[in-house]
Design a protein around this ligand. Structure first.
Ligand SMILES: [Zn+2]
Ligand SMILES: [Zn+2]
Length: 268
């Protein structure tokens, strides 16, 4: 009898914010924009489809679902080429009132003159991302965060393990409460730490947050680990290492995401 695959693994495909970068100063943390691959048993679920998704190759025959936190280009730029290259029939979920509106949003980007291959030819099925759904044995919960044009915070649960993606998230009152609730007891929170501690006031309304606020939310939600994502496009590896050091002095169960890194569940 075949053993059931109970893997719950998160791979960082891209964790840069706003725009892909390259060159010597981003070799350690990587320059591809937001995309995380979650392997949960037989399911392959991508969180966002920034440039990082392009280099990944899902195994043939497996169902592929792509959950978009929002529609900003840095979270979408890898999608078209990824689908074309892999000839995938993926299910794409994004925040919208209904499936048709979600498809219409994606069609805006994947149509002339912005891209030569029309959305329909990409072969994906587009759905509105509901507040709650199941993908196989994976439970997906999503709530509104706080970000210009909107952004969802998303929780995945599988066989007692859990992950929360809180990218492009500004911690204003209501959203902070929703995130603490959503992240309750999570094994891992991916958290938007684009700004430095102390910069939050200066960048109010930009829709991003700080490592220090992430730590506060980790503690309030009693989550096990915090991984900072959406690194500022201008930050060098040295800048990010210094920010990471500061955070880890307060809590060693926190660090900054590195492209290519595998984050397995907290139990191992
Ligand atoms: Zn972004
Ligand atoms: Zn955004």
């Amino acid at each position: 009898m075949e053993m059931e695959d109970k893997t719950f693994k998160v791979t960082v495909l891209g964790c840069r914010g706003s725009v892909p970068v390259s060159g010597k100063s981003s070799l350690l943390f990587g320059g591809a924009t937001s995309s995380y691959r979650v392997d949960a048993g037989d399911e392959i679920i991508y969180l966002d489809a920034g440039s990082g998704i392009y280099t990944d190759r899902p195994e043939e025959g497996k169902r592929v679902s792509i959950l978009l936190s929002h529609w900003h280009i840095d979270h979408l730029v890898g999608l078209g080429m990824f689908l074309q290259k892999n000839k995938l029939k993926a299910d794409i979920y994004g925040p919208a009132e209904n499936d048709e509106k979600a498809a219409a949003l994606l069609r805006k980007l994947y149509s002339a003159p912005f891209w030569p291959v029309e959305m329909e030819a990409l072969g994906a099925t587009v759905h509105a991302l509901p507040e709650e759904m199941d993908i196989g044995d994976v439970k997906v919960l999503s709530r509104e965060g706080s970000h210009p044009n909107g952004c969802r915070i998303i929780r995945l649960e599988y066989m007692g393990r859990s992950l929360v993606n809180a990218t492009d998230f500004e911690a204003e009152d209501g959203a902070e409460k929703r995130l603490i609730e959503l992240a309750k007891g999570a094994d891992l929170i991916l958290y938007d730490g684009q700004f430095k501690d102390g910069e939050a006031e200066k960048f109010k309304g930009f829709g991003h947050s700080t490592p220090g606020k992430g730590l506060e939310i980790k503690n309030k939600s009693k989550a096990k680990r915090l991984v900072i994502v959406h690194h500022g496009a201008d930050r060098s590896d040295e800048d990010l290492l210094a920010m990471e050091r500061e955070l880890r002095e307060k809590d060693a169960n926190c660090w900054f995401a590195r492209q290519g890194e595998e984050l397995t569940d907290a139990s191992d």
